[in-house]
Design a protein around this ligand. Structure first.
Ligand SMILES: [Fe+2]
Length: 259
């Protein structure tokens, strides 16, 4: 049976040229947007990095989105966002004024965890964010080696209101066997609420969701795929609450699982 992708929304991409390690030119940005549209993505969130390496400039982001939208047409519709790294300065800024960082200036914030050391106060940062109405979305936990040994911590963050986004290519095996295994577990357990591309270029990390959508549909049914690729991401765009499916009791705090 042929599964048909349904109006997918990609909440994590590096399609804006010249701002980070994503698209290298305006033409590259446009080619990525074309690919996204051709493979069933109707809306895409541009999430440039905000970290020590790249300067985060909301005005530039708006300007580039406007420029690209004129040239790529109505589909995909491009929305502003941020690949937010948990530095002290970033957290302070976002707590005072979340809109420049959150998806579509609403409430969901894509949060990338450190790759080498997990600072002990991470949970506090999430608590503060949630207290001011920010919903942290932990990006690609399946690719974070530190998190592989911190499942209890990760589950606790989810219990307290964080969400998780799995990368489409992880489900396809692009990031290795372990990332693939964890990505599928998170989907199966209902611990991942979103699948996104984290697209950086046209070839190696393309902004396409159709292949992962088909895999999830085959394995867990069309309704699950629709929730992860369309419905939940649309809630993130609109800043509305997602409707979660209850997690099976036995998967809670099953420890260790990231092995
Ligand atoms: Fe990213």
């Amino acid at each position: 049976m042929q599964w048909k992708p349904l109006l997918m929304v990609d909440i994590h991409s590096h399609i804006l040229w010249g701002l980070d390690d994503g698209a290298e030119s305006r033409d590259a940005s446009l080619a990525m947007l074309r690919l996204a549209a051709e493979t069933g993505t109707t809306d895409i969130v541009a999430t440039p990095h905000a970290n020590n390496e790249y300067t985060y400039d909301p005005d530039k982001i708006r300007e580039k989105i406007k420029n690209l939208q004129v040239h790529c047409g109505a589909v995909p519709k491009i929305h502003p966002g941020c690949d937010f790294h948990l530095s002290f300065g970033n957290i302070e800024n976002a707590l005072q004024n979340p809109a420049p960082y959150t998806i579509n200036a609403r409430s969901y914030l894509m949060v990338e965890l450190p790759e080498h050391v997990m600072p002990p106060n991470m949970g506090r940062a999430f608590e503060h964010m949630i207290a001011v109405g920010i919903i942290p979305v932990i990006t690609h936990p399946e690719r974070n080696r530190v998190l592989w040994t911190e499942e209890r911590q990760f589950n606790a963050w989810l219990e307290h209101g964080c969400y998780a986004q799995v990368t489409a290519q992880s489900l396809e095996g692009h990031f290795g066997r372990k990332a693939k295994e964890i990505a599928w577990k998170l989907v199966q357990d209902g611990r991942a609420q979103f699948v996104a591309s984290d697209g950086h270029d046209l070839v190696h990390r393309p902004p396409r969701l159709d292949r992962a959508f088909a895999l999830v549909s085959q394995k867990h049914g069309d309704a699950t795929a629709q929730r992860l690729f369309t419905d939940n991401p649309r809630h993130a765009l609109e800043g509305s609450r997602i409707t979660e499916t209850p997690r099976p009791e036995k998967t809670k705090f099953r420890f260790p699982f990231f092995r």
